[in-house]
Write a protein that binds this ligand. Structure first.
Ligand code: SF4
Length: 424
């Protein structure tokens, strides 16, 4: 990537004054993500930022972490920067492991904003009816459960610590309390067959879920599962099998009234995940907690910096006079919110990113987005990329939008590559 400024910020120095301001261009975050980096045990395939600590150590670490996170929420909330938050997502890790601490965090956030969608991730082994009721009362609207599969052998093969029965019970509790209910399911698991994958989906469909996400297993380097595979001790199905599972999911879920609105996401009418859509449509979002990511356009970030609450722009990482436009993305590196990895995208790079993200969704790249893109990317290049996508069968043009095809989703990297090439 060209013109990318990558800055590792190691200390916070709130600027006393910032010599530039865009006033009315200031856009506050529309989405808020809180990251909870704790799990009861590490799944064999997991390379996410989550710690599995024992008993007292875990309790003490969760207490410390939640105190620091609550303090960050207060800092941003008191400055009015959560005023326009429309969606909140508490993910992990395993947020449900926090128990009553999770309810307190929800109440804390609710004290500063009134989101239309408030999601908490949960895992079956740490979910109870009592917790469900407390979360509902605190203002959570949606629960996303990590089910992955309902086959006992497959659960064991990937190191999940819950059983199929626990998953079914958790779903029943979530539904009984009246949440919008989403489940994550995985395909391409060791020992999985098309029949067993179909059985998991079939059972889930009988439970009248509102939303299902289907992800292929990624063998991440350095994980226990990748090592087992390297040693020849387990066999992981290949990409063709994963593609067959994804096709079966389309067939079964759309047949049951779900709409596929993103490459991995299926929703009943009116049940699309608004928070994830915010990510895919370039809305500004704030991430708090270790490993949480956020994204803003530069004028907004600069204005927030003026307010003195956005430590990812310290005086050291300040765009000074050079970077007045484009987009800033950051990832928090520590528990307390003082270290950040910050990345700057030029306006053209940000637009190429928007085009790529739009191609994750069934709506594709609409004319409005293409018109905005044409203001930053030479029209000839834009047209050539779209034509190449259609010519190679990665997308179709329906007169109103460039829509990813079945091949485009299977060969996502090719389609994304074509669009990202427009960044420079
Ligand atoms: S529950 Fe999720 S975050 Fe925790 S170890 Fe398993 S995959 Fe990783």
């Amino acid at each position: 990537m060209q013109n990318k400024l990558r800055v590792l910020v190691t200390r916070v120095e709130y600027p006393q004054s910032v010599p530039w301001s865009w006033g009315s261009l200031f856009v506050k975050p529309r989405a808020l993500y809180l990251h909870i980096p704790f799990c009861k045990a590490k799944c064999l395939y997991c390379d996410f930022d989550s710690r599995a600590l024992g008993g007292c150590e875990l309790d003490a670490a969760m207490d410390r972490y939640c105190t620091a996170l609550a303090s960050q929420i207060d800092t941003y909330g008191a400055a009015g920067e959560l005023d326009e938050v429309e969606t909140v997502y508490i993910g992990g890790g395993t947020p449900s492991l926090l128990g009553a601490r999770l309810v307190s965090l929800v109440e804390r956030v609710r004290g500063y904003c009134d989101p239309v969608e408030f999601t908490c991730e949960a895992n079956p082994e740490s979910f109870t009816l009592e917790l469900a009721q407390a979360l509902r009362e605190a203002g959570v609207t949606r629960i996303s459960l990590g089910v992955q599969t309902l086959d006992a052998g497959e659960l064991k093969a990937i190191g999940r610590i819950h059983s199929a029965e626990q998953a079914m019970l958790a779903i029943a509790q979530v539904k009984a309390v009246g949440f919008s209910t989403s489940c994550d399911v995985m395909c391409g698991l060791p020992g999985q067959t098309l029949e067993s994958f179909g059985r998991t989906l079939e059972t889930l469909m009988t439970l009248r879920l509102d939303h299902i996400s289907v992800y292929p297993l990624q063998l991440e380097e350095g994980t226990p599962l990748a090592r087992l595979e390297e040693q020849g001790r387990i066999a992981v199905p290949d990409e063709d099998f994963q593609a067959a599972c994804m096709d079966l999911a389309v067939e079964m879920l759309t047949g049951a009234g779900f709409e596929r609105y993103e490459v991995a996401s299926y929703a009943q009418p009116g049940q699309r995940c608004r928070h994830n859509i915010a990510y895919w449509t370039g809305k500004p979002y704030l991430g708090l907690g270790r490993s949480a990511a956020g994204m803003f356009d530069i004028p907004s970030a600069a204005e927030m910096c003026n307010l003195g609450t956005y430590p990812f722009y310290t005086s050291g990482a300040n765009p000074s006079s050079a970077l007045h436009e484009g987009r800033v993305r950051y990832r928090q590196l520590d528990d307390e919110g003082v270290q950040f990895d910050t990345e700057h995208l030029t306006p053209r790079e940000a637009m190429a990113e928007d085009l790529m993200l739009a191609c994750r969704m069934t709506d594709g790249i609409g004319i409005d987005l293409l018109k905005r893109a044409a203001a930053l990317i030479p029209e000839l290049e834009l047209r050539a990329a779209c034509e190449a996508a259609v010519r190679s069968g990665l997308a179709t043009w329906d007169g109103r939008a460039l829509v990813p095809s079945h091949l485009g989703w299977l060969e996502g990297n090719e389609l994304f590559g074509l669009l990202w090439a427009l960044a420079c």
